[in-house]
Design a protein around this ligand. Structure first.
Ligand SMILES: Cc1ncc(COP(=O)(O)O)c(C=O)c1O
Length: 402
């Protein structure tokens, strides 16, 4: 029984984390064993480690069109978001105290902005409309001479919508012709390696990325910081990472991030093939299950995310029922699991409480196969029907129809 269950395990939670690519693990291993030097040491062990860190920095820079020295390694997306927002806010506090962000950022951005409100900053949270996108006119209408930072995520982690970053970047550049101290950060943790990114043409000054979303190890990420921008380091310690992030470099993880960035670059075109698999999945769900809603803009959306609200049922119950069938999915983001609050992202998009509660995120990777999707499509309708049959909401709705 357990064996059958395990044989059909399907992982559709790749926005939470991805499996490490075998090529990534392979290049990391020697840095745990023979090549264990400290990248700051002068001897050959140290220089070997430093060479590996430099190579990874080149690989990450190349994935996003940055220069070598514009990449800061740190512990992941959360730290990158924190360093970006705190680093700019603290450095440029004397130039203004207004931050613009959106209503549906990842907690790493949202909670950091909330913390700055307590320190006397004014934060504007831009609305997200039903399609899950911010509007450039809204940004124009709230920018003031006090605005020092705009932080808008590139692709959303729950619905996958891709924001008009290039347009916002162009607006920021235009404003900067008259007023120097305005900076633009984007949390690109979900989009890096999934769509082509060039920091220069996007017009961003800071960009966060994380390795475990692109088949690299956990606990490592990077912040792109455009040359010439000063940020306050958040850790006191040694002079690592050009004095912007103290602490001995995690060489094996950095090597893994570099390799995962290189593989993501090679696979960028192939990644778009996931879209046809996702569309096949969505067409199947739409055909087999009534009373559902696909969330997020159809066009401006990552190829690998499908967020669906199933009327009359609790997402958590569906998640557990699917898990028993060997299918891993999620309700909202992994970072808010355990919270009883409804997803702020879907609430910001104007979904009813009931539809928010019945939503599930299916997220694919370059390793997802059509067989796996077919398996999910063979299981999902029956599981949904079973949960609806025991749902008081469903019974009420059916009684009303009669
Ligand atoms: C959009 C976004 N930002 C930031 C993070 C945090 O990244 P990390 O898990 O590397 O701290 C995540 C992870 O779920 C994310 O999806």
């Amino acid at each position: 029984m357990i064996e059958t269950h395990l044989q059909s395990r399907v992982y559709l939670d790749n926005s939470a984390s991805t499996k490490i690519a075998p090529e990534v693990l392979e290049v990391m291993l020697p840095y745990f064993t023979e090549q264990f030097g400290n990248a700051s040491s002068i001897h050959s062990f140290g220089q070997q480690a430093k060479g590996a860190v430099d190579e990874a920095r080149r690989q990450v820079a190349s994935l996003i069109g940055a220069d070598f020295n514009e990449i800061i390694f740190l512990s992941g997306g959360t730290e990158a978001d924190n360093l970006a927002i705190r680093g700019i806010a603290e450095s440029y506090r004397s130039k203004g105290n207004h931050i613009i962000t959106s209503e549906f950022e990842h907690p790493a951005v949202r909670n950091t902005c909330l913390a700055f409100e307590k320190q006397g900053f004014r934060v504007t949270y831009l609305p997200i409309y039903e399609n899950g996108l911010v509007r450039i006119e809204d940004i124009k209408s709230v920018i003031t001479n006090d605005t020092i930072l705009i932080s808008i995520m590139h692709a959303n982690n729950e619905v996958g919508t891709i924001q008009p970053i290039e347009e916002i970047g162009a607006l920021v550049k235009e404003i900067r012709l008259e007023r120097k101290n305005l900076f633009f950060h984007t949390d690109a943790v979900q989009s890096v390696g999934k769509i082509p990114i060039d920091v220069k043409s996007l017009g961003v000054d800071l960009l966060s990325l994380s390795s475990h979303k692109i088949h690299g190890p956990k606990g490592i990420g990077a912040l792109y910081l455009r040359k010439g921008i000063r940020i306050t380091s958040q850790l006191t310690g040694g002079r690592h990472e050009r004095e912007r992030r103290a602490g001995t470099e995690n060489v094996p993880a950095i090597v893994g991030l570099g390799q995962s960035a290189e593989l993501a670059k090679e696979n960028l075109e192939k990644f778009q093939e996931i879209k046809s698999l996702r569309d096949y999945f969505e067409a199947g769900v739409a055909k087999l299950i009534p009373e559902i809603k696909f969330n997020g803009d159809k066009e401006h959306r990552l190829a690998n995310i499908s967020n669906i609200s199933f009327s009359y049922i609790e997402g958590e119950a569906l998640l557990i029922a699917l898990d028993l069938k060997g299918i891993a999915v999620s309700t909202g983001s992994a970072c808010s699991s355990g919270s009883t609050q409804p997803s702020p992202v879907l609430v910001a998009m104007g979904l009813s409480k009931e539809m928010v509660r019945g939503s599930i995120r299916f997220s694919f990777s370059r390793y997802t196969t059509k067989q796996e999707i077919d398996y999910v499509l063979s299981v999902l309708p029956e599981v949904v029907a079973r949960l609806r049959n025991v749902s008081p909401l469903y019974k009420q709705a059916m009684a009303k129809e009669k």
